[in-house]
Write a protein that binds this ligand. Structure first.
Ligand SMILES: C[S@@+](CC[C@H](N)C(=O)[O-])C[C@H]1O[C@@H](n2cnc3c(N)ncnc32)[C@H](O)[C@@H]1O
Length: 285
């Protein structure tokens, strides 16, 4: 199952494991929720009554809107120029490479075929769908001619998927997710989220040393905050933040490119001063 929105750095593939690892309480707080994969798995788990999903980017509002059915009729297909002119957060996510909201989804070669392919499946009238079908067939004929000339062409594999439609489908599947009324979507710095007393706090900040800095995330400030905040905070990281110990780990396979995968060890840490408390809570639950 895929959780949350399509999102760069999404925890969809390990969301269920994260949620199974965390202790239950009244409220689940996802401080760096991104595409809300972990919040989504938490909602489905039945371990919490209420949910706070926060992200400085505003992406949690998109998750809330998807649940409310706001994207039910969304079928816009963005061209490269429209992508760069758009300020629509959701369209930027759907039509960006690696869901980074910055670079356009397709290179020029694929764009020529994937735009008419997407439109032929989603255009409102039969007339438009037929027009795009003709355009698609024309591009495919050119393409097949090229592939016959070069059978090793990697592009065969890349032509099979219409990524934007798969992403849209995922968005529409969120509609009606139970317990919407118990979800508070916030757009704030993690330090400004009020943490309720009986809550499980989860943090998935940008990873250190991966180049995913989301505009220069201050890791020292995060480490200092962990040392002073009066709640246990469960942090997803590869390496321990200062003053934290690992409470769970598992390996996961990750796509490094369209054709290669690599192995990474995902870990969950908690501040050392709460480690004993967390251990006994887990034993009792
Ligand atoms: C690794 S991603 C989280 C991915 C998320 N767990 C998911 O499954 O989609 C890190 C997130 O931290 C957010 N972020 C960066 N700085 C932040 C801050 N100061 N406060 C809150 N969120 C922040 C980014 O916008 C980004 O969405």
């Amino acid at each position: 199952m895929k959780y949350g929105l399509p999102y760069k750095g999404s925890k969809s593939s390990i969301a269920k494991w994260v949620v199974d690892t965390l202790p239950s309480s009244e409220t689940f707080v996802d401080l760096f929720a991104g595409g809300c994969a972990v919040t989504h798995a938490a909602i489905l788990s039945g371990k919490w009554k209420t949910f706070i999903a926060n992200d400085i980017s505003g992406s949690t509002m998109l998750f809330r809107d998807a649940i409310a059915g706001e994207y039910e009729n969304l079928s816009t297909v963005l061209t490269r120029n429209e992508f760069f002119a758009s300020n629509d957060l959701m369209l930027k996510l759907l039509y960006s490479f690696g869901n980074d909201s910055r670079s356009y989804l397709w290179g020029g070669y694929y764009e020529k075929a994937k735009i008419p392919a997407s439109k032929m499946l989603s255009a409102p009238s039969v007339h438009e769908r037929r027009m795009y079908y003709k355009e698609f067939i024309k591009v495919m004929c050119e393409y097949i001619g090229n592939v016959m000339a070069d059978k090793q062409d990697d592009r065969t594999a890349n032509m099979k998927n219409v990524e934007s439609l798969q992403r849209l489908e995922r968005l529409q599947e969120l509609q009606g997710l139970q317990r919407l009324e118990r979800l508070e979507a916030m757009m704030a710095d993690y330090r400004n989220v009020n943490l309720p007393a009986n809550a499980t706090i989860y943090a998935d900040p940008p990873y250190r040393n991966t180049g995913e800095h989301y505009g220069g995330f201050d890791f020292d400030a995060f480490d200092n905050w962990l040392m002073t905040v009066d709640h246990p905070v469960y942090v997803s990281e590869f390496d321990a933040p200062k003053g934290c110990v690992c409470i769970a780990e598992r390996e996961r396979f990750e796509h490094m490119s369209a054709y290669t995968t690599g192995k990474k060890t995902e870990r969950i840490f908690v501040q050392e001063r709460f480690a004993e408390e967390v251990k006994s809570e887990n034993l009792n639950s």
